[in-house]
Design a protein around this ligand. Structure first.
Ligand SMILES: Nc1ncnc2c1ncn2[C@@H]1O[C@H](COP(=O)(O)OP(=O)(O)O)[C@@H](O)[C@H]1O
Ligand SMILES: [Mg+2]
Length: 745
């Protein structure tokens, strides 16, 4: 259009045609055309100049912005007013603004109002409220020549566009990594405006500038964060190191190839290997003998166990083995893959040793307690059993497990009367003793000493009760007292018997002579009667009339009885002329039974044949050393006493008196027992039963010598033993142990 050639052509054309026709109208026409063309050219030139000027302004603005120190240093907030101002002038718009995405909102960092030459900021838009606008701006610049009509910007109309008189908008996005980070906004007011391509390009370049600053900012921020994270990490790492060293338990850590990564101080102190030495090495490098078992465990752990605790050995810096408990656990990397193992161990060598020692002590203690011949029972303050030794279990038949925790008087009924004293002892913390407590167990009398020792350790209330079976001791005491009495009283009796013997012999002898001389028709008697002037017949008549023969009989009878007593009393004299020979107690017992059946005294009281006799004899019973007559005397005493006692008892229907005769081996003794089912013995009787002259019978019936003599015969003359057991109302059993004859031993 502005080509100079075409203009010359037109002028030349005018001159050619003017020669032939009236050229004036044509000329006028041409001039008009020319004028139009000239004004068009001028307009075009103007436009061109404007465009050039615009571009110059834009370039000046870009140069000013990009070299500004705030932009150079990435200080967007400080640079924003300068940028909005320069761009507003460059594009010749009423307002220019810079908006930054903050979460879901787009907030105004700076807005420049050119007519008022004023800056504002702070306004925000919710992205969700203007979906058309934000969908569009996320993709590309919004070039809205008529903002009120444009579907992308229409939604702003009432509130914003009309309020501010905005007619055209040019908005460009600032995208970082494809994300909307900011928007730069140019608003033209009053009339619509056709945004020129160079203006859109200019806006885009400003957006690039902002993107650069924001990107730099982000990078700096990220770098800052990284630095901080690194500082944190270093601090954490140092802390962890100190933490690990502060833990007094040896710790170590390995990677998943089972190479050590490190260890703590406790580990170094015990094993003599420090963190630098151990790093990168494996167990094989230090403890080749132990390594296979360590690694087997480690591999199990890595293959899924996750954590484990087990006992094993380590070898310390002195080469000594230590028993330890390992606790191992895998650790994970940031993507949750197993990355290695953290391990620790506790040295239990000492603990094991002291455990063994205390186990040994416990065993020793319980051995001691259990081997005590006494019952030892520990009770707490409430009387519940805490300790129970073997003897206690044996005596009660209740084992420790059953006994523990139960009330003492429930387990040991015979101790219920003692409970009060036990509590008293615990309260006063003073031991209490009670001797020779008597109780009957399955018919046998048992004597026990009960001692209560309160626990005097602070904080523990309770007591240990010691129960000793002193039955044997009591028996021995009784026996000692018995033989003591026997010897003193017996000796006295024997001495008296000796003294009585002579006068008694004289009484008896003279009584017999008296009878002979008064009653027998002997020649000397007849001659003496004649000399006196009487006949023997007359004398006999007189004597009969006065009852003299009966008196003499009585003297002789009483004399015989006295002689019997004296002879019994004489048995106590120590000297024994009886010779001991091997005898079979079974046949002695049988002979005595025969004798008993014919026994006059016995028959008087009742029929011995009515008594049932049970024999319990060992078939191969050895013989004993004894005197048959003395032993028969003993057995007869026992049978007689038994028969008399059973005679006193009224038996229920279907039951009656019976003896059990027993003869058993009881090496080195043979044991003979005579048991009746009579009334039994009162304790007061039992205690004194072997005493000489002890009797419960009326004067003419008993002398109290039967058992004392028997006792003497057995213990003194046969070197045996004799005792009695009884259950009141049920039975009485005499027990005799006689020494086995030597050839049967
Ligand atoms: N089997 C028995 N059952 C009950 N009591 C007995 C028995 N044997 C002996 N006694 C008691 O022992 C006492 C002493 O007996 P013993 O020495 O034979 O004297 P005695 O028979 O002359 O009384 C008797 O009085 C009697 O009380
Ligand atoms: Mg008697």
């Amino acid at each position: 259009m502005n080509d100079p050639t075409s203009l010359r052509d037109k002028i030349v054309g005018l001159s050619e045609s003017s020669g032939r026709k009236s050229y004036y109208p044509m000329l006028q026409q041409k001039i008009r055309e020319l004028q139009t063309e000239i004004s068009e050219r001028r307009r075009a030139e103007n436009r061109l100049r404007e465009t050039l000027e615009r571009i110059a302004r834009q370039q000046a603005a870009i140069a000013g912005i990009s070299t500004h120190p705030d932009v150079f240093h990435g200080r967007l907030a400080e640079a924003a007013p300068m940028m909005t101002e320069r761009t507003a002038h460059a594009l010749d718009v009423a307002r220019s603004s810079l908006w930054i995405m903050q979460g879901d909102r787009l907030c105004c960092m700076d807005k420049y109002d050119a007519p008022g030459d004023a800056h504002t900021s702070g306004q925000c838009l919710d992205c969700s409220k203007y979906p058309e606008y934000f969908d569009a701006i996320r993709k590309e610049a919004i070039v809205a020549n008529e903002a009120l009509e444009d579907p992308r910007t229409r939604s702003f109309s009432l509130k914003y566009l009309q309020a501010y008189g905005i007619a055209a908008m040019l908005d460009v996005p600032v995208l970082i990594d494809g994300e909307l980070a900011a928007v730069i906004c140019f608003e033209h007011v009053e009339t619509p405006r056709i945004w020129q391509p160079d203006e859109v390009t200019f806006a885009g370049r400003i957006a690039d500038q902002v993107a650069l600053i924001l990107g730099n900012q982000r990078r700096r921020l990220a770098e800052e964060r990284l630095r901080e994270a690194h500082t944190d990490l270093t601090r954490n790492f140092r802390f962890t190191e100190v933490l690990l060293d502060a833990i007094p338990i040896p710790l170590f850590y390995k990677n998943s190839d089972l190479r050590f990564l490190g260890c703590n101080r406790a580990f170094t102190e015990l094993m003599g290997i420090d963190a630098d030495e151990i790093q990168g090495r494996t167990s094989h490098d230090f403890w080749p003998d132990l390594a296979p078992s360590y690694e087997e465990q480690d591999r199990n752990l890595l293959n899924g166990a996750g954590r484990s605790t087990y006992e094993a050995k380590v070898r310390d810096k002195n080469g000594e083995f230590r028993e330890v408990i390992f606790a191992k656990q895998v650790f994970f990397d940031e993507r949750n893959r197993t990355d290695g193992i953290i391990g620790s161990f506790v040295d239990i060598t000492e603990r094991n040793r002291s455990e063994k020692e205390s186990q040994r002590l416990r065993t020793l203690l319980s051995n001691i307690i259990n081997s005590m011949p006494s019952m030892l029972i520990g009770v707490d303050a409430d009387g519940r059993i805490a300790q129970w030794n073997q003897r206690a279990a044996l005596v009660t038949g209740v084992d420790e497990e059953q006994a523990r925790g139960r009330q003492l008087d429930q387990v040991v009924a015979w101790l219920s009367p003692e409970m009060r004293r036990i509590r008293q002892s615990i309260a006063s913390k003073k031991p209490l003793f009670e001797g020779k407590i008597r109780r009957i167990e399955e018919g046998e009398t048992i004597f026990e000493d009960v001692t209560i020792y309160p626990l005097i350790t602070n904080g523990v209330d309770g007591a240990v009760i010691r129960i000793d079976d002193v039955t044997d001791k009591v028996r021995i005491e009784e026996v000692l007292v018995q033989s003591e009495k026997m010897l003193s009283v017996g000796g006295l009796a024997a001495g008296m018997a000796h003294e009585i013997n002579n006068p008694l012999a004289s009484i008896m002898g003279n009584a017999q002579v008296l009878e002979t001389r008064l009653m027998q028709p002997l020649p000397q008697n007849t001659a003496a009667a004649q000399d006196a002037g009487i006949t023997m017949e007359a004398l006999r008549t007189y004597l009969n009339l006065r009852g003299i023969p009966k008196m003499i009989q009585s003297i002789r009878g009483s004399g015989a009885q006295a002689a019997q007593i004296v002879s019994n009393m004489l048995s106590f004299s120590r000297k024994s002329d009886s010779v001991l020979a091997p005898e079979d107690v079974r046949s002695l017992l049988d002979k005595t039974l025969e004798l008993a059946c014919t026994d006059y005294n016995l028959k008087k009281n009742y029929d011995f044949k009515k008594i049932r006799i049970l024999r319990e004899f060992d078939p191969d019973l050895p013989k004993i050393m004894g005197s048959s007559s003395k032993l028969q005397q003993v057995f007869l005493n026992l049978l007689r006493n038994g028969a008399e006692a059973m005679g006193e008892k009224s038996f229920p229907e279907g039951d009656g008196p019976r003896f059990i005769l027993r003869a058993h081996r009881n090496p080195p003794w043979v044991r003979v027992e005579v048991e009746d089912n009579g009334p039994g013995l009162e304790e007061s009787v039992r205690k004194r039963i072997f005493e000489p002259f002890f009797t419960t019978k009326p004067v003419d019936k008993g002398t109290g010598l039967g058992l004392s003599v028997s006792y003497f015969i057995i213990t003194e003359e046969h070197c045996g033993m004799m005792s009695v057991q009884t259950a009141m109302g049920k039975w009485t059993r005499f027990i005799i142990d006689l020494p086995t004859a030597p050839e049967y031993k």
